[in-house]
Write a protein that binds this ligand. Structure first.
Ligand SMILES: [Zn+2]
Length: 236
């Protein structure tokens, strides 16, 4: 791999046994990669990059502007996402019960003044869990009927690498808690994907056919979901 700088943009060049050059601007950070034929020289590659530079910069900008969940401290002024919408966090103090509620474009987190970051995160996550479960149940009901399958259990948990999982043998589905931060169509896509696994265990062409039949625009939602957040990708 070679690193090339073209018009201020760092480009990773990989030479392969291929005929044409290909350009990629990759999620989540907008890293740029060109794959080129083994015989292509630096000049040819940089010329190729130059002709595409406006497009490359536009793509990078798109990734940079994406809402991203950075490390949260749970202090007033932070941005937090609920169902794809951004809210400004307002922390209020109480000596009694914790609470989370949305009012207009603000998310109010009520906790004890001396609560730790982990405790605040826990209060928020329990609230996200309740939000997610309330939306999840009707979606599971709806799609079980349409797809013609039944699950034995559907659970919600925080996962670092997958939006959902399905254990076909036990008919058990897990949904990632973080989907409560994404637009609702993302949750629906994951629900359909995992339920379709009960018809087809692997990501075969049959699986794809089912997805096309049940959710014709699934690819758009999948791309939307995958472009969202840095370290959380759907299983391919
Ligand atoms: Zn899958």
């Amino acid at each position: 791999m070679i690193i090339m700088i073209v018009a201020g943009v760092e480009i990773e060049v990989i030479k392969k046994n291929i005929k044409n050059m290909h350009l990629y601007v990759m999620p989540p950070y907008g890293n740029v990669r060109i794959t080129a034929p083994v015989k292509a020289n630096d000049e040819t590659i940089s010329l190729f990059a130059i002709t595409k530079i406006a497009w490359i910069k536009k793509q990078i900008e798109k990734y940079e502007n994406q809402p991203r969940q950075s490390e949260r401290e749970y202090i007033s002024g932070e941005s937090h996402y609920v169902w794809g919408r951004r809210y400004r966090l307002e922390v209020r103090y109480t000596k009694t019960a914790n609470n989370v509620e949305i009012k207009a474009n603000k998310l109010f987190l009520t906790v004890r003044e001396n609560s730790t970051q982990a405790q605040r995160e826990n209060v928020m996550n329990e609230w996200y869990r309740a939000e997610l479960k309330a939306k999840l149940s009707p979606l599971i009901e709806k799609w079980q009927k349409i797809i013609g399958v039944t699950t034995d259990s559907v659970g919600v948990k925080n996962m670092l690498t997958r939006w959902g999982t399905c254990n076909v043998k036990d008919k058990r589905i897990w949904i990632n808690l973080q989907l409560a931060k994404k637009p609702i169509n993302c949750l629906e896509y994951v629900v359909v994907h995992e339920l379709v696994h009960l018809l087809e265990k692997d990501h075969t062409s049959i699986f794809i056919e089912y997805m096309d039949r049940f959710l014709p625009y699934w690819r758009v939602t999948k791309d939307e979901l995958n472009s969202f957040i840095m370290d959380r990708y759907l299983e391919e």
